[in-house]
Design a protein around this ligand. Structure first.
Ligand code: ZN
Length: 358
């Protein structure tokens, strides 16, 4: 490794709280982090449904420490929506002490983005364990007709109430497993880009991302059974994967060709499956291209009840083939096993057939 021209700066989460019923104590943890500030507003970005369920608890908890909660409801995670939220918060910026993202992916991404723009701490309160965006410093938004990943900021605190996560439909937690399994190919792609394109490669961040994939692999049965222990293992893995992105300063350790495929499908179909479900499917195919043990990946996904064929996700074979051929063009600067020009239709057809995906 040569001498670093620019300093490599790593921002990490300060406090990570995982446990049963911890949402009640959000205010107390927040007070510890913010110090003795006696007044100020805490913005809670959330969706309609989740907001109805859990905002009242957060409201009470924040009021108990003498701060004023303000709810901001969002409908989507587009760049426009994130900008709207930013403008809304900007008007009260001098009084805001923290911005909470409460919900699944969208609320967390929008809160992460607007908090960075306004320069206030971001608090992540996920209600599902379906992806690693709950820890990462990147906001995944939709803009210009495609998913984009914007550098936002690492959460000051991640608070995960396992009672809430356990209430979420099993499908979400299974999807989280798919997102973590994707690190096997993401790290391979990163290494490839390093060797072929001279891209920066952080061995430590890569190892951490791989470790989270190995962690869920080792405990696949607990996760499949949906036990409390299984949930905790999955959450640890999602948190570690997000931390790997914090350390790398990019989404590289957590997102490669399997993610490009997932993004492509999201662009093609109107009501796409869950992110982690698509990543799982992508990982089967990309691990085949990498010459890895793709059958093992497939078996792991099957064991937790994740779909391993496009049909199970309601996706047509044509959609999968189209997504495979366009995946490389979504982020041309991100070199992966798909190469610079992506797969030809012929190659895509062969790939879906060999792996039994479609
Ligand atoms: Zn992901």
């Amino acid at each position: 490794m040569g001498v670093l021209k620019e300093p490599h700066i790593i921002d990490l989460p300060r406090k990570i709280v995982i446990g049963r019923g911890v949402i009640d104590r959000l205010g107390l943890y927040l007070k510890e982090l913010l110090g003795s500030r006696e007044e100020g507003k805490v913005v809670v970005v959330t969706g309609h449904t989740v907001g109805k369920l859990y905002y009242p608890v957060i409201k009470e908890s924040v009021e108990n420490i003498g701060l004023e909660p303000i709810r901001v409801i969002i409908d989507s995670s587009t760049v426009d929506e994130a900008e709207r939220v930013y403008r809304e918060i900007r008007q009260i910026a001098d009084k805001v002490v923290a911005i909470i993202g409460l919900g699944g992916g969208k609320s967390i991404d929008v809160a992460k983005y607007s908090s960075r723009k306004i320069g206030k701490p971001f608090i992540s309160v996920p209600t599902v364990a379906s992806h690693d965006g709950i820890t990462s410093p990147f906001a995944s938004l939709k803009g210009f007709g495609k998913p984009i990943s914007k550098l936002a900021q690492a959460p000051l605190m991640i608070l995960i109430d396992t009672d809430i996560i356990a209430e979420a439909p099993q499908r979400f937690n299974r999807a989280g497993f798919g997102d973590v399994i994707g690190k096997y190919t993401a790290v391979r792609d990163w290494r490839l880009a390093h060797r072929l394109k001279g891209e920066y490669y952080g061995g430590y961040a890569a190892s951490l991302a791989l470790m989270s994939a190995r962690h869920v692999t080792k405990h696949v049965d607990e996760i499949a059974a949906g036990t409390e222990e299984g949930l905790r293992i999955l959450l640890e893995a999602l948190v570690s994967s997000g931390v790997a992105m914090c350390i790398a300063g990019s989404t590289r350790p957590a997102s490669g060709s399997e993610h490009l495929f997932a993004h492509a499908v999201t662009m093609i179909v109107k009501n796409p499956p869950l992110h982690g479900e698509l990543v799982g499917l992508g990982t089967i195919m990309m691990s085949y291209l990498h010459g890895m043990n793709w059958k093992l990946i497939k078996r792991l996904l099957e064991r937790v009840g994740l779909p391993t064929a496009a049909e199970e996700l309601g996706l047509d074979r044509d959609v999968v083939i189209k997504a495979l051929t366009m995946a490389a063009s979504i982020r041309p600067e991100r070199y992966t096993i798909l190469g610079e020009r992506g797969l030809t239709e012929e190659a895509a057809k062969r790939l879906v057939k060999v792996t039994g995906v479609a």
